[in-house]
Design a binder for this molecule. Structure first.
Ligand code: SF4
Length: 269
């Protein structure tokens, strides 16, 4: 039987989703609902039909509405064909494949089959996760994943529930366990002005990570204003409103908070 899954994009030559040059596969469906989500196409698990306003050639009616399907049902073989086209670039750059989303752990069998197919072809694998999945699933995939890109948003559980839609208890617990297993984990922190990038939250993250000795790398992901346009396309209203993006100097100051504790920090992933 051919196994299939639902994705919304495959991005080639990605350089911010793990080491080297990568192909990133974006899975559809996420159990969280972050106020700042820059991939609203990834929130719903099923295919969606959008009505998009486009320019029309008719001068009497300059705009027309066009239907656009968001997402594709794809087989493991189809995705692997795309992935394998760029093996030469992975080999030259130390790159590989990143499975992202949405939340890739929501499509367990499809995820496992893709990881197994990559491993059998000796392609480096990264999984970009919210951490919100049962531990046994992390155990199942751990031998197939070269590194986890693990999102850490807010340590205060009340704020986490408010801004990401779920409690962070499971997320923090899974991160502790991955560290105990000495899995390679890069913690990625979305820097949302006044919400996740506050001194209070970043110090709380440093405090949480302190006992997790195997985690030494942090990516700070600058706030991405582009998401606001995508929200409009999906007829969704961004609850964030207009936020100013951080300056380079502000981001460097935040990075320094981690560096003084010995972490290797990248701005931008
Ligand atoms: S975890 Fe990521 S994909 Fe899911 S809602 Fe949050 S930002 Fe969006």
């Amino acid at each position: 039987m051919t196994l299939s899954g639902t994705i919304f994009d495959i991005k080639k030559f990605a350089i911010h989703d793990g080491p080297g040059i990568r192909t990133t596969v974006f899975f559809k469906g996420c159990p969280l609902n972050c106020w700042w989500c820059h991939n609203p196409e990834g929130l719903k698990a099923e295919l969606e039909t959008l009505s998009v306003r486009v320019r029309s050639a008719d001068s009497n009616s300059p705009h027309a509405d066009k239907k656009e399907i968001v997402g594709h049902q794809v087989t493991v073989e189809t995705v692997m064909e795309e992935i394998e086209k760029d093996v030469i670039f992975y080999d030259q750059s130390g790159g590989g494949v990143t499975l992202s989303g949405g939340e890739p752990l929501m499509q367990e069998e499809f995820l496992c089959a893709l990881l197994e197919a990559c491993k059998s072809r000796r392609i480096n694998t990264a999984v970009d996760t919210s951490g919100y999945a049962r531990w046994t699933l992390f155990e199942r995939i751990s031998g197939l994943v070269d590194e986890f890109l693990y999102d850490l948003k807010l340590i205060d559980d009340e704020y986490h529930s408010k801004y990401a839609g779920v409690s962070n208890e499971l997320i923090l617990e899974n991160l502790r366990k991955l560290s105990e297993k000495e899995e390679k984990v890069i913690v990625r922190i979305p820097m949302i002005p006044g919400i996740t990038d506050t001194g209070l939250n970043l110090e709380a993250i440093i405090g949480f990570l302190a006992p997790l000795k195997s985690i030494r790398e942090i990516d700070l992901l600058p706030y991405n204003k582009l998401a606001e346009d995508k929200f409009k396309k999906f007829n969704m209203t961004s609850k964030l409103g207009q936020l100013p993006a951080q300056t380079e100097m502000e981001l460097n100051d935040k990075a320094e908070l981690f560096r003084v504790h010995g972490y290797s920090v990248k701005i931008g992933g």
